[in-house]
Design a protein around this ligand. Structure first.
Ligand code: PXG
Length: 292
């Protein structure tokens, strides 16, 4: 396996980062999780836009242009002869000393891992997930804005551990005010009388690439009304349908939340239609990886 590290493709064993890297010491950095389907990188431009937005928010200057970053992603996929893959792109503050001061880090570290994708069990898509509501609240935007896809994932990991403890693959996270924000690595949608509702990003949600694609399909292809609005755990429990979106999960139905069955406890018609349309789009859109 070849890893892109600071401009070169190196063997997996040689792809190492210093213990003085502030990405490790302080979680000072940003990242993206991207997928390739059928020889094409899905929503590459949108992922890179979010990466550069996140970097700008933490005053991190990425040492590549968007075009160069796009080329690096494609080069890494070609070097590993992957057509269906998961791509992890990371930019850290780089090597510094033991102090917090980012000015001591002259050069950001950039690496790209392209690996085979581990798919969720088919059972999740056939029967829907069980999710729990975590007691851990989402970071408040005034402290660390959840729209920044930073290397600081402890908040999400704490909620994820609550899920694991209760045998659930995902946890719903509420914001400080008690409104639903998102899940630990996925966005959340409700279906209520043919209307899709998802929390606005300012309520504590990442602007998910999958979230945006699904909102687009719902409006343009399925002619549904889509709203960004606040809702509570009660609204989740009584929704007609609930589903999650994310690069790894795609569109995945939710069958039960805490003690409640959603609808009749089976994936609903709107969720199933969105799953189908989303899958179709992944197969024939995206940036061509090209031959080695
Ligand atoms: N919210 C959060 C907090 C995320 O980390 C999403 C929503 C969905 O966004 P996209 O752009 O993927 O539709 C994410 C991204 C994993 C894993 O291994 C998942 C994410 C990030 C890192 C790891 O499951 N999801």
């Amino acid at each position: 396996m070849k890893i892109y590290l600071d401009g070169a493709l190196v063997d997996k064993e040689k792809a190492v980062v210093s213990v003085f890297d502030h990405g490790l010491l302080y979680g000072d950095g940003v990242f993206e999780g991207i997928r390739a389907y059928n020889g094409r990188v899905f929503q590459l431009s949108e992922h890179l836009d979010r990466l550069f937005r996140s970097a700008r928010a933490i005053l991190l200057e990425i040492p590549l242009t968007k075009k160069q970053m796009e080329a690096a992603v494609l080069q890494t996929l070609r070097a590993n002869a992957l057509r269906d893959a998961y791509v992890r792109l990371v930019v850290t503050r780089g090597l510094g000393d033991l102090g917090l001061d980012p000015r001591k880090c002259p050069k950001p570290t950039v690496f790209i891992i392209a690996d085979k994708i581990k798919l969720y069990p088919q059972e999740f898509y056939d029967n829907g997930l069980h999710v729990i509501t975590a007691t851990t609240r989402r970071n408040i935007p005034e402290a660390l804005n959840p729209t920044i896809k930073s290397l600081n994932y402890l908040n999400n990991i704490l909620a994820k551990m609550e899920a694991v403890r209760q045998n659930a693959p995902e946890a719903i996270m509420l914001n400080r005010e008690g409104f639903v924000a998102e899940c630990t690595g996925d966005n959340i949608f409700l279906v209520k009388q043919k209307t899709l509702i998802t929390p606005p990003t300012w309520a504590g949600a990442l602007e998910g690439v999958t979230r945006n694609v699904v909102m687009d399909i719902a409006r343009k292809t399925l002619k549904l009304t889509v709203k960004e609005d606040l809702f509570t755990p009660y609204d989740v429990h009584v929704a007609d349908e609930v589903f999650l979106t994310g690069t790894a999960a795609e569109v995945v139905p939710v069958a039960t939340v805490d003690a409640h069955s959603i609808g009749n406890g089976k994936p609903g018609p709107v969720t199933l239609a969105l799953m189908r349309k989303f899958r179709e789009l992944t197969q024939h859109s995206g940036v061509l990886i090209g031959k080695k």
